[in-house]
Design a protein around this ligand. Structure first.
Ligand code: ZN
Length: 354
């Protein structure tokens, strides 16, 4: 799940940004940028795909199938060679990549990735790496915090009495008030953490839905806020998607090497039935890590790690801090083109945050 905000340029008013990018494209700056950055590696990052309206609820996390297919069409049409992560890492010391080489990575393991994104990749014959945080793969329940946010979004303008959700909670919250809604999320999250099992959290989620008058069965059956199952992940691996490590509980402990070792061991154990004998690439959960933790990765048999820092990878860069472009429903096709061409990258190299 992502954890960064857009930089200064991307945060500017969209119409103004659109005018600047159109001018840059018209005057040949995209083409020039593509030539200047042709030898660099582009790594794209995706998360979930919407099954219904989740791209409107959380456009940073869920992308519509149409937008994703449009991006893949763009890569094919514009001749960006999509290569696998193994090939990208093998070429890292010498920069031995085809011009404009692009890697597709997808985080977390959402059911929508299985149902909506994988067929698009298969149709194109594009390799991709899917980093799975395996806790919810095993539990097969809704991802609690995302599911709660989704039903609060769907609930619209309502007042919620927490005592109706649980005897151990209390307080009335106006859901339309952003500050109160945030406090409500935090309290439900803290309470859910204290419950200690995914099944108990699922029951809490059902009571919340009932109180809000929302059909929890429908959300669960559609698997809107759920991960894929182990057999679905196995099917993806067999069809050419490279399934890799993202920690078991979507966290990368800072306290000790032993805590990280246990987290990765749990991730490997849970992913073993998926059938990839080479679990050796890692994606930092929420992009969080520090210098000390990087030195632990080779000891864990991990040969590369991706971040959520924007940028291109250049010959000789560290394989343990690979930058990626976080594509999402918030990003227009023109912005995507600006990123892929290297136009944004050249601006970043001039010292501007994007
Ligand atoms: Zn994640």
């Amino acid at each position: 799940m992502p954890g960064v905000s857009d930089g200064r340029l991307r945060a500017m008013k969209k119409p103004l940004l659109r005018i600047i990018l159109r001018l840059a494209k018209l005057t040949g700056l995209f083409l020039l940028a593509r030539r200047l950055t042709a030898g660099d590696l582009r790594i794209l990052c995706y998360h979930g795909a919407a099954l219904r309206d989740e791209n409107h609820f959380s456009p940073g996390l869920f992308m519509s199938k149409e937008t994703f297919a449009g991006r893949m069409d763009f890569l094919a049409r514009q001749g960006y060679p999509v290569i696998g992560l193994d090939a990208a890492i093998a070429g890292l010391p010498s920069g031995d990549w085809p011009k404009g080489a692009t890697v597709i990575t997808i985080d977390d393991g959402w059911f929508g990735t299985y149902r909506e994104m994988a067929p698009v990749l298969r149709k194109r014959g594009f390799p991709a790496t899917l980093y799975i945080a395996s806790y919810y793969l095993e539990k097969e329940t809704q991802v609690f915090n995302v599911a709660v946010n989704y039903v609060l979004w769907r609930a619209g303008r309502q007042t919620l009495d927490l005592a109706e959700v649980s005897d151990e909670l209390g307080g009335r919250y106006d859901i339309a008030d952003a500050r109160l809604r945030e406090e409500l999320r935090r309290r439900l999250g803290d309470f859910a953490d204290s419950l200690g099992s995914a099944e108990a959290r699922q029951e809490l989620f059902r009571r919340l839905c009932e109180t809000l008058g929302i059909d929890a069965c429908w959300i669960e059956q559609e698997r809107l806020c759920a991960f894929m199952r182990i057999e679905e992940a196995r099917e993806l691996q067999a069809s050419g998607v490279d399934i890799q490590l993202h920690s078991h509980r979507h966290r990368f402990p800072t306290q000790s090497y032993e805590a990280v070792e246990a987290e990765i061991a749990d991730n490997r154990r849970a992913l073993a039935p998926v059938g990839n004998p080479a679990l050796r690439h890692f994606c930092y959960p929420s992009g969080d890590y520090d210098e000390r933790q990087i030195s632990w990765l080779p000891r864990l048999g991990i040969v590369s790690a991706t971040t959520i820092k924007a940028g291109f990878t250049r010959r000789g860069d560290s394989p343990y801090e690979l930058p990626r472009f976080l594509d999402s429903e918030r990003v227009s096709l023109l912005e995507f083109e600006a990123e892929l061409s290297g136009f944004f990258e050249l601006i970043r190299r001039c010292g501007y945050a994007i």
